[in-house]
Design a protein around this ligand. Structure first.
Ligand SMILES: [Fe+2]
Ligand SMILES: [Fe+2]
Length: 276
C-alpha cells in the first residue's frame, strides 16, 4: 500500500496583501487534481500570522479549501521565531496560542502504513513545550520508519554545522532533537522555509526541502543551496518503508523574488550581513 501526500510550503497568504494568492490558487487546483491521501503544509501558510489573526485565519482557510485531509505545522511568519535570532517577532505563548486556536497543535504524531509522521514547530523548540509529544512519538514508533515534518530544515549542509542563523534548526536544539532518537536517526526530514527545492541523503537522513508556492529569495540575499523555483512536492510513502519524492511544477506559476518586493518584509539582508 502507498500513501500519496502533497506537500505545500510557504504560501505566505494574506487577505489584504494578496501578492502570492494567485499562485496559490493554481497550486490549490494542481493539488486537487492529484487527489492526494493527505496534504502537508510545512509552514508560513500566512504572510504575517505572527501578528495578524486575519492573515493566519486566511492562510489556514485557503489550505482547507483544497478539500483534502490535511495537517500543518507553523513557520516563522505564522508564530515568530526563536528569540536568540533577534528578529522583530520572537515566538511567545501568545503567538503559539493564536496558531493553536486557528490552525491546530504545534506538534503532532500521525501514522500511515509503514511510517510515523512527527510534526513539530522548529521556531519554538527552546520553549520546551513540544518535547514530550516528540519524544513519545519517537519512543512508541515500533517498526515504523519516522519522517519529521517541520518548517526549518535540520541543517543547511551537515548535521554537525555550527552556524547560528535564520535558516536551519539551531545547532543546540538540533542536537537535542536528534538525541531523542538514542543513536538512531529519522529516515526522512521534510521541510520548507528555505524557498528552494532540494532532495538529498546526507548524514544518513533523506532530507527533502519543499519550495514555496509564492516566491524565492534572490541571489545576493540567500545562497543557492538547492534550486530556486516555485512549486510543490508529491511524496509517495510505501508500506515497506521506502519513499519517493518528486517536484511538481505548475504551468502559469509566477516566480516572484522577495528581493524585488521590499514592501512586504522590508529590504532583505545581504548574505554576508545575515550571517552575522
Ligand atoms: Fe517562507
Ligand atoms: Fe519561513
Amino acid at each position: 500500500m502507498t500513501v500519496r501526500i502533497a506537500q505545500i510550503s510557504d504560501a505566505h497568504l494574506s487577505p489584504t496583501r494578496p501578492y502570492f494568492n494567485e499562485n496559490f490558487a493554481l497550486a490549490q487546483q494542481s493539488v486537487r487534481d492529484m487527489k492526494p491521501d493527505l496534504l502537508l503544509a510545512t509552514g508560513d501558510l500566512s504572510l504575517d500570522g505572527a501578528d495578524s489573526d486575519e492573515d493566519l485565519a486566511h492562510g489556514v482557510a485557503a489550505h482547507a479549501e483544497i478539500g483534502v485531509e490535511w495537517l500543518s505545522i507553523p513557520g516563522n511568519h505564522d508564530v515568530g521565531d526563536e528569540a536568540v535570532l533577534g528578529g522583530k517577532q520572537p515566538v511567545n505563548a501568545e503567538r503559539i496560542a493564536r496558531w493553536n486556536r486557528l490552525a491546530g497543535p504545534s506538534a503532532w504524531v500521525h501514522d500511515i502504513p509503514g511510517w510515523r509522521l512527527i510534526g513539530l514547530d522548529t521556531q519554538s523548540l527552546s520553549l520546551g513545550t513540544q518535547w514530550e509529544t516528540i519524544e513519545r512519538g519517537i519512543r512508541d514508533a515500533g517498526a515504523r520508519r519516522i519522517a519529521m515534518i517541520q518548517h526549518k530544515p535540520m541543517a543547511e549542509q551537515r548535521l554537525d554545522d555550527t552556524a547560528i542563523n535564520y535558516w536551519p534548526v539551531l545547532p543546540e536544539l538540533r542536537a537535542h532533537l536528534l538525541g531523542l532518537f538514542r543513536g538512531a536517526l529519522p529516515a526522512l526530514v521534510i521541510s520548507g522555509h528555505i524557498h528552494q527545492w532540494r532532495d538529498r541523503q546526507v548524514d544518513g537522513i533523506r532530507q527533502v526541502w519543499g519550495p514555496s508556492t509564492g516566491f524565492v529569495v534572490g541571489d545576493g540575499f540567500q545562497e543557492t543551496m538547492g534550486n530556486k523555483l516555485v512549486g510543490w512536492v508529491e511524496h509517495a510513502f510505501h508500506a515497506d518503508g521506502t519513499h519517493d519524492a518528486r517536484l511538481r511544477a505548475i504551468e502559469g506559476l509566477r516566480l516572484h523574488d522577495i528581493k524585488t518586493m521590499p514592501e512586504i518584509y522590508g529590504a532583505q539582508k545581504k548574505v554576508a550581513e545575515a550571517a552575522q
